[in-house]
Every structure is written in structure tokens, then in C-alpha cells.
Design a protein around this ligand. Structure first.
Ligand code: UTP
Length: 278
């Protein structure tokens, strides 16, 4: 049974400086709700209620967000303003939260390895909160949990991206075993467009089996001197099985300013305005 989900949030968020100088980028709000809360809500919906964060310096606001603020609660108790806290109270009541630190920014692979302390020896989800994924029906992580229960191996979410964007992603090649589901045969991190094995890019949702930790340990630093999860996943694919899933729904790259603005407009029109509370 999958019940744990890891959120690597140690990155500096340099593309949003100076906003992210003293504030985690995961706390940037889409209208009235921080990015990271959308990700945690998606995990909870998927049944992953043990949430682990791999944090770094300057990320304390994330811990405070998923904790009770007694002063504030006391201040607004019994007033009409209480409803503004409904969504985060629901999250706090539905999940548990634990934290560990990535001492040095050595890449996403290393961040996930640091999370072993929180995960132990069981399969787990990974969410990169700066990828906002929305779907009218079951969320992307929920779709992946269903697949994991059927196939019992690591799964990465992929989407088709245009040629001129491909160098920003990990890219897969694979055999389609059923519509939208591929058995991975190759994976390359941030390839030049001409070297990319396909146009299918890995986005920030993974389900990983725990043997990945040993494979990350074996993985030398790759692109940009960072320990890449893509490299460890390729070894896993070669020795066993990794699936790539073309998810249903829409992804916004909230790690970039353009994607963040697009997501903000979308959330304002489709989520905030209809309900008013986010
Ligand atoms: P990004 O490549 O988006 O880096 O990391 P970043 O630092 O967050 O943002 P920019 O590029 O400086 O603007 C992808 C994800 O992996 C996490 C980040 O927190 C982000 O969620 N990450 C990356 C870590 O936790 N540790 C690392 O060493 C690297």
C-alpha cells in the first residue's frame, strides 16, 4: 500500500529572485493558496497521507504553513474570516508531516536519497510542487497510484513537449504497452533537441520503488554536476522495469515566471472565482 509522499523543496528558486530571497518558492501563492498546498492536496487525494519534505535553509515557512497558528486562530475564532483557513485546516487534519534537510544542493537525485530517512523501505510518491497538475477528475498522482497497484514498479509522469523546450527536461524512449503507458527503454537528462530520444518529457510526479535509493547511491553526478534521478531511473529501467505514463490533465510549470502567471490566471478563473475560497 502506498501511503508516503516526498516533496523535495531544497531548491533555491533563483528564477523568482528577489521574491525567493527570504521565502521558499513553494510558498509563492497561486491567488490565495501556496503552490506547495496544491501538491499536498493532490497527494492526499491519491491516498498518500504521510508527507515528507526534504528542505534546505530558508524553508521554515513550509513547516509553519502545515502547522496550527494559535495566535491567528484565536484572533479570527467565531468571525466570518475563519472560512479562509478551511482548506489548510483540512490538509493538516488529513495528513502527517515530517521534515529532513538536504545539507548541500547536490541535485534532485540526492534530495530524494536524503528522503530515505523519512520513507524507509517502501514504495513512495514524489511531487515537485513547482509543477502544478490539475485535472477535473482524479489528479495525476491518483492516476499513477492506480497504475502502481496494477504494475508494482516505478512510474514517471510524462507529457509531449515542443522541440524547442525539450532541453529543459528528462526525456524518455519506450515501448507503448497500452495507450498512454510506456515501458521505458532509454532516458536522457536535458538533451539537445537533436539528441532527444522522443518528445516525451518527465514532469514532476513520480512513484518510486525503494530499490531506487541504492541505485541513486551508485549514480555518479551527471548533468551540471548534480546527482540526477533520471540516471538512477535509467539503471532501474535496464535492470527491471520503469513505466512512463502520459497523464490526463494539465500541467503548469510554476518554476518559470510565464508558467506561474498562466497558472495564476487559470486558478483565478476556474477555482478561486467559482468558490471564492480556493
Ligand atoms: P529546479 O531545477 O526547479 O531548481 O529543481 P530550483 O532551485 O528549485 O529553481 P531555480 O531553477 O533555481 O529557479 C527541481 C525541483 O527539485 C528540487 C527543487 O526544490 C525543485 O522542487 N531540488 C533540486 C532539491 O530539492 N534539491 C536539489 O539539490 C535540486
Amino acid at each position: 500500500m502506498l501511503k508516503k509522499c516526498l516533496f523535495p523543496v531544497a531548491g533555491y528558486g533563483t528564477r523568482f529572485l528577489p521574491a525567493t530571497k527570504a521565502m521558499p518558492k513553494e510558498m509563492l501563492p497561486l491567488v490565495n493558496k501556496p503552490l506547495v498546498q496544491y501538491g499536498v492536496e493532490e497527494a492526499i487525494e491519491a491516498g498518500l497521507t504521510e508527507i515528507g519534505f526534504v528542505t534546505g535553509r530558508g524553508k521554515r515557512a513550509i513547516e509553519d504553513h502545515f502547522d496550527t497558528n494559535f495566535e491567528l486562530e484565536h484572533q479570527i475564532a467565531g468571525t466570518g474570516k475563519e472560512r479562509y483557513l478551511d482548506s489548510v485546516r483540512k490538509v493538516i487534519d488529513s495528513a502527517s508531516f515530517s521534515y529532513t534537510r538536504q545539507g548541500e544542493m547536490r541535485g534532485l537525485g540526492d534530495a530524494i536519497l536524503q528522503g530515505q530517512r523519512l520513507i524507509g523501505d517502501e514504495p513512495f510518491g514524489v511531487v515537485l510542487a513547482d509543477d502544478l497538475c490539475l485535472n477535473d477528475e482524479l489528479g495525476v498522482l491518483g492516476q499513477m497510484v492506480q497504475l502502481f497497484n496494477q504494475f508494482r514498479c516505478s512510474i514517471v509522469a510524462v507529457e509531449e513537449v515542443p522541440q524547442d523546450q525539450i532541453h529543459k527536461f528528462g526525456v524518455i524512449a519506450g515501448n507503448e504497452i497500452k495507450p498512454g503507458l510506456f515501458q521505458v527503454t532509454d532516458m536522457v537528462e536535458k538533451p539537445a533537441a537533436e539528441d532527444a530520444p522522443s518528445n516525451m518529457a518527465i514532469i514532476g510526479r513520480y512513484i518510486l520503488t525503494p530499490d531506487i535509493f541504492e541505485l541513486i547511491r551508485e549514480t555518479p553526478p551527471g548533468k551540471n554536476g548534480e546527482v540526477q534521478i533520471t540516471d538512477a531511473l535509467l539503471t532501474q529501467a535496464q535492470r527491471g522495469c520503469v513505466l512512463a505514463y502520459k497523464f490526463k490533465g494539465r500541467r503548469f510549470d510554476c518554476g518559470s515566471v510565464d508558467g506561474f502567471i498562466e497558472a495564476t490566471n487559470h486558478v483565478y478563473k476556474t477555482i478561486y472565482l467559482p468558490g471564492g475560497k480556493g
